[in-house]
Design a protein. Structure first.
Length: 368
């Protein structure tokens, strides 16, 4: 099967391509990119009229829910959502049932994903056994089974001694630690950001310091013990300010942000719509502005969806009773292009780096 695409705007941040080109696809693989291609018979020919063609997008923070929570989503449906959203690769978080804390579960997910073939799936394994924060998982075995990183996402590694060991192993294995930054002693049963708006709405709140204290501690530990460290779904201005300072000091730290923390804010919670219940919670408009500026300045390395699907009956309840999380694989690209590209906040090269190149580099995955 041969498909000929004419007049595509091909953007490659590495600099090889940036302009209008023709593309020849043979049996599903891109065979040639160039100017004024043609002359050979093809099955289909499409004039793209300047539409964008970029390296396949990659989401480094996806919840596939399988094994154990297939009523929310399974690997096949998650992969379909990723493909529909423009992603050719995703990294799955380990908070499944059972937790991805053994080589057998890593292999199960990767084998199931290969049956689809639509999207390349990579597995992030748990830092600690059962994501309980008490004992390190068998990180070497997990790495050899195919884990590309380690995270207890949904829970921070709160025990500083355990975190030190995790950082030291991250250096030995050359795999990043992806930290969910939340001091549970401060968040307790809080479901939304503590602000004048949310207090007025009568919702249970959690203070922004819950994120910032963990970011601060982890930076100090990284400075003392080394390691590879990535802070996921950053949500406050102070958090990215601390990360910017750490980067200036040359520490091996990176971070990502979600579209909902960039573009949504806690003033929207007056609707009591549980779709807005996420963790970390939606912050203020001021935080939105600070996060966008951190994208512009290069402090934030990647945009990740934190795709976290739930069953309809779980979300259609009172706000405080609903689980945290919203879907994102099918909405991330549209939100980013609408709010960042079309409003001239970032150029297309920066967006491709944030959604395609950088996430792969952070996880040690080959860039297409």
């Amino acid at each position: 099967m041969k498909i000929f695409l004419r007049n595509a705007r091909v953007v490659d941040p590495a600099g090889k391509y940036d302009g209008l080109f023709d593309i020849l696809i043979v049996d599903g693989a891109m065979q040639e990119i160039g100017s004024s291609l043609g002359g050979n018979p093809v099955n289909y020919e499409v004039n793209l009229r300047g539409k964008l063609v970029v390296p396949g997008l990659f989401d480094m923070h996806t919840h596939l829910r399988e094994p154990g929570q297939e009523y929310k989503e399974d690997i096949a449906s998650g992969i379909a959502a990723a493909a529909n959203g423009g992603f050719t690769g995703i990294a799955a978080m380990p908070n499944t049932d059972p937790v991805v804390d053994s080589a057998d579960v890593v292999k199960y997910v990767l084998d199931r994903a290969k049956q689809s073939g639509l999207v390349n799936v990579y597995q992030i394994a748990a830092i600690t056994e059962g994501r309980k924060g008490e004992r390190l998982s068998e990180m070497k075995d997990l790495s050899e089974a195919g884990a590309v990183a380690f995270s207890d996402d949904g829970s921070a590694v709160y025990d500083s001694h355990v975190m030190r060991l995790a950082l030291e192993y991250s250096s030995m294995l050359n795999r990043p630690i992806i930290q969910h930054c939340e001091d549970r002693a401060l968040t307790k049963s809080g479901t939304v950001n503590e602000s004048p708006d949310t207090i007025k709405y009568g919702l249970k709140t959690q203070h922004r310091l819950a994120e910032e204290l963990i970011v601060d501690r982890d930076i100090r530990m990284l400075e003392a013990f080394g390691g590879r460290y990535h802070a996921t779904h950053m949500s406050t201005a102070q958090s990215v300010e601390m990360i910017a300072s750490a980067k200036k000091r040359g520490l091996p730290i990176s971070c990502d942000v979600t579209p909902h923390h960039l573009f949504l804010d806690d003033s929207m919670l007056g609707t009591y719509d549980s779709d807005y219940k996420v963790n970390p919670p939606l912050r203020t408009k001021g935080d939105n502005r600070a996060l966008i500026e951190a994208l512009r300045s290069g402090v934030i390395d990647a945009i990740a969806s934190d795709h976290a699907p739930h069953a309809i009956h779980e979300k259609e309840v009172e706000f405080d009773a609903a689980p945290f999380g919203m879907i994102g694989l099918e909405t991330t690209v549209g939100a980013v292009m609408t709010k960042l590209f079309h409003e001239n906040v970032l150029d297309i090269h920066a967006i491709v780096n944030l959604l395609s190149i950088n996430p792969r580099k952070l996880l040690g995955i080959p860039v297409p």
